[in-house]
Write a protein of this length. Structure first.
Length: 143
C-alpha cells in the first residue's frame, strides 16, 4: 500500500512540476504587415509585444522565414526631420508592453521570399537576450 501511494505521488509530481517549471513568456498581439500598393523590396510590420512576466524581457534580434532580413527600427522627428534608425535591442519592463506602430517603432521586413497576399500570415521570431525565442504571427493587410 505504501508503494502504491509513493507511485501515485510520483505520478502526480510528473504532471504538476512541468507546469510549474514553465517560464513566463511575452506575447505578440495584433501583429500586421502593411501591404505595399506596388511590389517593394521591403514592407513594415506592426503590433504589440506584451510582457506579463515578473522579469524584464529584452529583444536582441528579429527574423522570419518569409524574409531575407528583418530588423527593428524606430522613426523619430529630429530637428523637424523624420529619421529612422535601427534599434539594437528593445527592453520591455515587467507588466508592460511595446507598441510597434506607423511613425514609431516598427519592423522592417526586407527581401520577401514570395509575393505577399492580403489575409496571409507571416511568422516572425524575436530573439531574446536570455537565449529564448518569442514567436508571433503578422497578418498581411492593405494600407
Amino acid at each position: 500500500m505504501k508503494l502504491l501511494r509513493t507511485c501515485a505521488f510520483a505520478l502526480c509530481l510528473a504532471f504538476v512540476l512541468p507546469a510549474c517549471a514553465r517560464e513566463c513568456a511575452p506575447e505578440v498581439k495584433d501583429g500586421w504587415i502593411r501591404l505595399a500598393p506596388v511590389k517593394m523590396p521591403m514592407v513594415a510590420g506592426f503590433g504589440r509585444i506584451e510582457n506579463h512576466c515578473p522579469k524584464p524581457v529584452t529583444i536582441v534580434g528579429v527574423s522570419s522565414p518569409a524574409f531575407g532580413d528583418v530588423s527593428l527600427h524606430e522613426t523619430r522627428i529630429i530637428d523637424g526631420v523624420s529619421r529612422m534608425r535601427g534599434l539594437p535591442e528593445l527592453r520591455i519592463a515587467p507588466d508592460a508592453a511595446a507598441t510597434l506602430k506607423p511613425g514609431g517603432m516598427h519592423l522592417m521586413l526586407m527581401e520577401p521570399h514570395a509575393v505577399l497576399k492580403e489575409g496571409s500570415r507571416v511568422v516572425v521570431e524575436f530573439a531574446l537576450k536570455d537565449g529564448g525565442v518569442l514567436r508571433g504571427e503578422l497578418e498581411v493587410r492593405k494600407p
